[in-house]
Unconditional design. Sequence first.
Length: 482
Amino acid sequence: MAKYEQLVAQIRQQIESEIWLPGEKLPSLREQVGLSGVSLMTVMHAYQVLESQGWIQSRPQSGYYVAPRAAFLSQPVSHQKLQLAESVDINAFIFDVLQASRDPHIIPFGSAFPDPELFPQRQLMRALTTVSHSMKAVDALHNLPPGNEALRKTLAQRYALQGVQVTPDEIVITNGAMEALNLSLQALTEPGDWVAIENPSFYGALQAIERLKLKSVAIATDPQNGIDLDELSRALQRWPIKALWMMSNQQNPVGCTLSKARKQQLVALLAQHNVALIEDDVYSELYFGAEKPLPAKAFDRDDNVLHCSSFSKNLVAGFRVGWVAAGKHAQRIQRLQLMSTLSTSAPMQQALATYLGTRSYDLHLRRLRQVLEQRKNLALLSLKRHLPDGARINESRGGYFLWIELPGGVNTTQLYYRALEQNISIAPGKMFSSSEQYANYFRFNTAWWQEPHDAAVATLGRLIVELIAGPAALPPGTRAGG
């Protein structure tokens, strides 16, 4: 650890041991230099980190004091629904699973993307070709952060159609939703800060927390009701949480969509604690039925929600164009983007602006939703037919994921490795949590469903039965799992 990190850990331990009580004054900066033997800059850095984490607070002309909230921070965890992680290490396993899904011989039930054959590839390529021929050198400058003006205006108009007030200046075009989400998290936090996430959670959130050296509070999320708002409320009182990263529509992996009332409650709760919401809303266009669900952003009255989305899941994955409606944080996100990826591809931005200016996009979305609903229903019938008794399929209206729970003794990481041997991929529960809580769950992508895949589901069912029965039931020479 760096010297300032050692000092942070030392003072935190002293507060937890009640050497310093809430409200008591800490040694001054110069006193701490003498006590710890480090430089004044190191002490200042350590105190700033402790203050950002909620352990101490500064008082002008007086010094640093132990914060009242430190009494909560030092208490043991009593709520089993909460999962705390001071460090997250999941990236290597996720990389291996995603790499396996790229093999064209693998049936990609573990993929995060829909079948690209469902996208209007020819129309998009025509738009890209037209733009490429007409682009001038100076056009590249017009697509630097915050991004293509015509594209941002079109997005603002689409927000307005749902009654959500977002101006083009609040929107930053990014390299897919992942950059939008990562830049949002980076804009709101410093290393060592606490972030709330769902449990189970989209693995991209876990990867971002690992990369930025943040700490996580994982809040229980179920397929029926979504995130547990009571647990979230207790967590907000207990930890100095800087942001909540979550999906309010078609949550990945469980598939739930929060009701309008629960979205309102969520936004109000976060505003009460001055905690920002990073809303990952990449699946919102993939609803079933007549009415598109509103984002939580629609209920934001305090400029407290950063709404992130992209075209990767509903139009074209290869363009890698996303955005964040960042409000007051837009300028900071632009600066962060300029220091990292510089900008999103100018031809891709202009091609999408051209395509979205026609009626083709909404016609495509209607067809896409119909096909996804049909494929999901057919996959569901196959799974119900072939999975053994005791398997529970959590159904959801929209999107293309099913969250499947197997009897407790079945480890879906083992199932993943055994299925790969049969050229079938799944997304095991280990991908979606920093704990082993979902070791008997897996996510199933229905967007790739074709009638011949019924045989693959039958194979999956047989492998699950073998794992339930245990090693004695495996055929000779069959590997028991990775």
